[in-house]
Design a protein around this ligand. Structure first.
Ligand code: PNS
Length: 169
């Protein structure tokens, strides 16, 4: 895995909670990599939000999933996204927009981030139909009720989610 701080090409952030990382996230990062030389999967530290996995676990999970791509780094951040972008020298933020609800959630963040950091562009990517209904929230709900979420997650993440929800029930 790359240390993006040592890379001079165009760098983008893929920020989010990634709790857990889904096939939708994987596709988004892979698409971002077709547009940018390097991508940082930036996992938000948000102590006020209840999560299935700790931030450290989520970083480990994402590092495993993207281990074969030298252009992808995984890191955790706290505080303002635009400050983290400045710290890392990222020129863009990439987010996935599955539909109208996502767009309404993203739009004010795009505008506010632009006000705060005009040099950081936000790129909104529309996922393929194959993954466009997948959400971490629904995956957690289905898994916690014993449903099969293997179609929505990379195999290593599916194993971790199954183990975690079994441990909780
Ligand atoms: O996966 P999520 O939870 O939808 O990701 C949301 C995220 C992490 C992109 C957003 O909450 C964020 O950027 N948080 C960092 C704090 C920040 O910069 N807030 C102001 C946004 S305008």
């Amino acid at each position: 895995m790359a240390d993006a701080s040592k890379v001079t090409g165009r760098l983008a952030l893929c920020p989010g909670s990634f709790d857990p990382l889904t096939l939708g996230h994987v596709e988004m990062v892979q698409r971002a990599r077709t547009l940018f030389d390097n991508v940082i999967v930036a996992i938000l530290r948000n102590p006020s939000k209840q999560s299935l996995f700790t931030v450290e676990e989520r970083v480990e999970i994402a590092r495993e999933v993207f281990a074969d791509d030298a252009g992808v780094e995984v890191d955790a951040f706290a505080g303002l996204l635009v400050e983290y972008a400045a710290l890392r020298g990222a020129c863009a933020v990439v987010r996935g927009v599955r539909g109208v609800t996502d767009f309404e959630y993203e739009w004010p963040m795009v505008q506010m981030n632009r006000e705060l950091a005009p040099g950081v562009e936000t790129v909104l990517l529309v996922p393929s139909p194959r993954v466009s209904a997948i959400s971490s929230t629904l995956v957690k709900e289905i898994a916690s009720m014993g449903g099969d979420v293997s179609a929505f997650l990379p195999p290593s993440v599916f194993a971790r989610v199954s183990h975690r929800v079994r441990g909780r029930s």
